[in-house]
Design a protein around this ligand. Sequence first.
Ligand code: SF4
Length: 301
Amino acid sequence: MNPYYREYSQYLKELFGCKVQKLSVDMAFSCPNRDGRLGTGGCIYCNNDAFSPDLEKRGTPVAEQIERGKVFFGRKYPEMKYLAYFQSYTSTYGESGRLLDYYCSALTEDVVGILIGTRPDCIPDELIAGLAALERSHNTKIMIEFGVESMHDRTLERINRHHDSSCAIDAIERCSAAGFPIGVHLIAGLPGEDENDIFKTVDRINALPVSSVKFHQLQVLRGTKLAQMHAADELTDCMSFTPDSYARLCARIVKRLRSDIAIDRFVAQAPADMLISPKWGLKNYEFTALLHKCLESGEPY
Ligand code: SF4
């Protein structure tokens, strides 16, 4: 067991009473920040292909995607249970009845829960009520993951999120009141933010009913507005990290984060052909080793 922070895998094990593997499902959902309802350009860093690069999978029936995942993991871990992970784009954006049908179709044998990633402004009460009913009728567990990114409104505006921090607080509180464990996604190194801004975001997350967080360093990906800004040398007020300096920042975040909040990850690694910067070439476990070395060494980081 990790002595420094609560690991997400351990948290899932405690929640479900067994080992659970996430299986990503890509239903070719859209996003209001891309389809014109709020905007067309999306968040400045967003290239969804970076986190769901399997284009063949997109739009394949949910149950089929789940079965493929089970076959892959089941060979090595026959006892494994699964969490259907609706991750790409905005997975609660659409008509509630149709969305609930999608989620429901993921609940095949050995799938013990559903994890849904979304924007804080795309979770109407009607859908929350439908999810709560689905949870009860199928004796399953619904978990929600919100892209929060920062709790500073000036940053959210700058990165073109089209929602503010009060929207995130409201969504987290409404979903938590319905009994769903809440995860939040945060980005370190957003334009105009320094370490203190990141720590203030962590402090505000600590005050909310949040069960888990996922961090990653800001990545400049091809095909994004951020890539254009990078090429035009407009990212002069972005923190720039080496793996070591980022590990030291993460060590301070670990110390600051409420101890019951599980940490899913600290870094993201987009496919090499999409990534412009930073090119660390580190695997997740290599970064974790760096971070643990930092935490072992004690203050100051
Ligand atoms: S990051 Fe999420 S909210 Fe932003 S444009 Fe991409 S899919 Fe939409």
